[in-house]
Design a protein around this ligand. Sequence first.
Ligand code: HEM
Length: 487
Amino acid sequence: LPPGPSGNVAGEFTNLTMPEVFEKWRRKYGRIFSFKLGTRIVIVLNDINATTDLLDKRGEIYSSRPRFVVSHEILSDGKRGLSAPYGEHWRKWRKLQHMGMNGKAALYYRDQQTLEAAFLLREMLASASGHEQALQRFVTSNVLGIAYGRRILDLKDEMVSFNYKSALEFQRASTPGKYIVETWPSLLWLPRPLQWFRPGLEVLEKIRDKDRETYMSYFNGVKQRSEAGIAKDCMATYSLSHGGNQGMTDVEVAYALSAPFSAGVDTTLSAIRWSLVAAICFPDVLKRIQAELDSVVGQDRMPTFDDERSLPFLGAFIKEVTRWRPVVPIGIPHATTKADVYDGYEIPKGATVFSNIDVLVKDPNLFDDPEAFNPSRFLTQHKPAGNWNGKVESGFTIPFGFGRRVCPGMHVALQSTFISMARIFWAFDVLPAAEGSSIDPTKTVNRGTTREPAPFQFRVRVRHPDVERIIEAESADADFRLKEWEY
Ligand code: HEM
């Protein structure tokens, strides 16, 4: 096995976060290390070549997920794709995600994203600070638009509270050490009357039934709208088109439609929050973005997606934010389906494999002065960031994971980030909450697999005299046009 700490290391994770523990061990053991957690072998890749060699090039072996007996198999009836092992069910689920969110399909959601961004500006204009709710509503509404062609007017919407509750139950059920069957799944073979741990699982089975019923009701809602010819194109309607369900049952499709919410809200929101933190901490960068916006867009209309190609510095800024503060710092673990050998090390079948994104995006071999926040690195023609082994990457996608499991929501996430940032920076100066106060960009909060800035306050200041009038006009139009997504 690759080198690493021996013995029971579970205690290491009580005071430090997983990315922190990984960093400590990386300094000691180097580019690939391993350790044992319970009965599992965990391998951590801290190097882009090892990551691409294994997760990309040997995708046939490295594309599964670690087994989650309680949260995936029991609570989710094995139906959630994000935690599904590599195989037939995951493949069909993945095809639907791809069909609904690939680069071309993502273009369809631009209308809603643009209108929601006008709405967002109005909400931000209305409150001097404390824009958290407005940002959260913007991201959530777009994600539900992708899944169900439905928008939300506020965060109290029942669809939002249900999805949050369901995500929380999943997280709770994944807590290490909480359920004995997680460590000893063979206990589930005992005759039921002998399963002394059963009552704990029965609670989860009740939640599972309620989840299934609710997901089905959302899917059936779109079916009815589709039959009536009033559904907006979305993943649900794609699944209803000829062969669109990939041969999945209705319940499987209904579960698949829950993925954009569970994987897309916290991640996109965190990317947007980090973009604001960067704008506040690096005012010269913000000034340069605004100069670009002023010269391309001017002051008598809001930016749109049509301006994207003419705003290379804003594009570079968004890439740099995702590099500087990756929102899924150690990725989502893969797992092997076959034993393998790499660089003289044994990688056993069933091993959990992390790629340490946090380290890859700060690799000095890939990025000059990697700790610096420097969007211009993504404008250079000669040494594109992400160029390794002489291989030029057309895009920078490290923060979105690797191989067959790479984030299928990448395009919609980048679109949401682009249109919200373009419009916010066009309309407002983004400033610390109080004159002379500052934000510390090294302070972070971990939430499951995502990492976001520690809560911060900021205020916005209108940039030019016509902003309020334009926001009012555009958001009134958005109110009207967004009705197509309201039900
Ligand atoms: C800035 C925003 C986002 C980031 C940085 C991000 C990052 C990631 C990463 C690192 C993974 C794991 C990939 C791997 O296993 O190697 C992932 C998986 C996934 N993401 Fe995203 N994501 C973002 C937004 C979204 C959005 C908006 C959606 C959907 C609307 C989404 C849907 C998914 C799904 C369904 C998976 C699981 C894929 C699978 O297991 O096959 N993500 N994402």
